[in-house]
Design a protein around this ligand. Structure first.
Ligand SMILES: [Zn+2]
Length: 57
């Protein structure tokens, strides 16, 4: 299982995401970023930061 903590990219956010693939986490993060952070699009930099912060457990 892969997991991502939004707080690793957006300090102070306590949202956590878990999925089997990076792409599914990215999809959930896009929705979360739009609703919680007002980011309607993830820039390439942010997407890269998310991918590099995904951990496998
Ligand atoms: Zn967040």
């Amino acid at each position: 299982m892969k997991s991502f903590a939004c707080g690793d990219v957006v300090p102070g956010c306590d949202a956590q995401f878990m999925s089997t693939t990076d792409d599914e986490i990215l999809a959930d993060v896009r929705t979360h970023a739009a609703t919680a952070h007002g980011l309607n699009e993830l820039s390439a930099d942010v997407e890269q930061a998310v991918r590099s912060s995904i951990t496998v457990r």
